[in-house]
Design a protein. Structure first.
Length: 325
């Protein structure tokens, strides 16, 4: 259960992968590179290095720490091992994690004000109860509402963290999130971007298309999307084209499948897949920016409605007896 709640902070993980890529490019032994890159940021680095010396692959050694390294990160490392581009995949992971960290920090800063106003709306209007009835009713009204919310959020977060290592539970989580308006499309685009980018690297490294498709599907990081990809792969078979497999998944925009099909016809499959990944990433970032713009506004409107309702309720409770006289 080590790391269940703390995990591996994104800013430290970015540094770890970036340093590791540099040392691998310099031909430093992998176990030594991991120990060096993990100094001060990853206490488990020595154990991971020892696991590799014992004969395990790097991806398998990381998979032993599911609360530190996500399924997607492990799959990307496995992709690098399979295609012989481990340093490239590590740099890709570092860049993605850096961008994710920036997005998270931006979202936190935008949500800080609505969250503050929500707490203000809970504690300040209720001061009438504190003056009128005393401390105990005031705490029951404020903390009695706030504590259950915090407990529910903690329960959901713990369930999500546990779901990263339980296949069925993770599939249930991903399927549920897929049904959420706006958020579901953002998560699908993220998974498709990861899949197409990994597929591009594998094809460029000379991996057979049907093998590359299976490995890239594992690297998409979304159980629901992966199941759709596997289903289309089984329908087409090992002799089918990648454009057919992607088309039958009914997940990709027509522009992306057309690029892949033209790449197969012209012998430029790798570059066309890379171009498709760029298009998907552009759409993903546009959706993320939309969500980050709208979410704080929606929260602020909700908090405004809550403040108005609580003030109205308290005023009616306070002055209604006077009007009845």
């Amino acid at each position: 259960m080590n790391g269940l709640f703390g995990g591996f902070p994104l800013k430290y993980k970015t540094v770890f992968f970036r340093q590791l890529a540099t040392m691998i490019t310099s031909a430093l032994p992998l176990d030594r590179a991991i120990s060096t890159a993990g100094t001060g940021v990853l206490p488990q680095a020595r154990a991971i290095g020892q696991s590799i010396l014992a004969g395990n692959s790097f991806s398998k050694a990381l998979a032993a720490y599911p609360y530190l390294f996500s399924e997607y990160e492990v799959a990307m490392i496995a992709t690098g091992e399979t295609s012989g581009t481990l340093d490239t995949q590590l740099n890709v992971l570092a860049a993605e994690l850096e961008q994710t960290h920036q997005l998270v920090q931006s979202l936190k800063s935008k949500l800080l004000y609505p969250i503050f106003v929500a707490h203000f709306a809970l504690f300040v209007p209720s001061l009438v109860v504190l003056v009128k009835d005393g401390v105990e009713p005031y705490l029951k009204m404020t903390l009695g509402l706030l504590i259950p919310i915090y407990l529910m959020l903690g329960f959901l977060w713990t369930g999500y963290r546990l779901g990263t290592t339980t296949g069925t539970f993770r599939y249930l989580i991903d399927t549920t999130l897929n049904l959420v308006p706006v958020l579901g499309s953002v998560l699908r685009l993220l998974a498709l971007t990861r899949f197409t980018r990994a597929l591009s690297h594998l094809v460029e490294a000379g991996t057979l298309p049907y093998q590359a498709f299976q490995v890239a599907a594992r690297a998409c990081g979304n159980s629901w999307v992966r199941s759709r990809l596997y289903t289309s792969y089984r329908r087409v078979g090992t002799d089918g084209k990648l454009s057919q497999m992607m088309g039958l998944a009914y997940l990709f925009p027509v522009t992306v499948t057309s690029l892949v099909e033209s790449g197969e016809e012209t012998g430029q499959l790798g570059p066309m897949l890379a171009k498709g990944a760029e298009l998907l990433e552009m759409e993903y970032r546009a959706r993320v920016n939309l969500v980050m713009t709208l979410l704080p506004v929606v929260m602020l409107l909700g908090v405004g409605g809550l403040v108005g309702f609580r003030v109205y309720k308290l005023m009616m409770a306070t002055y209604a007896p006077i009007f009845d006289m």
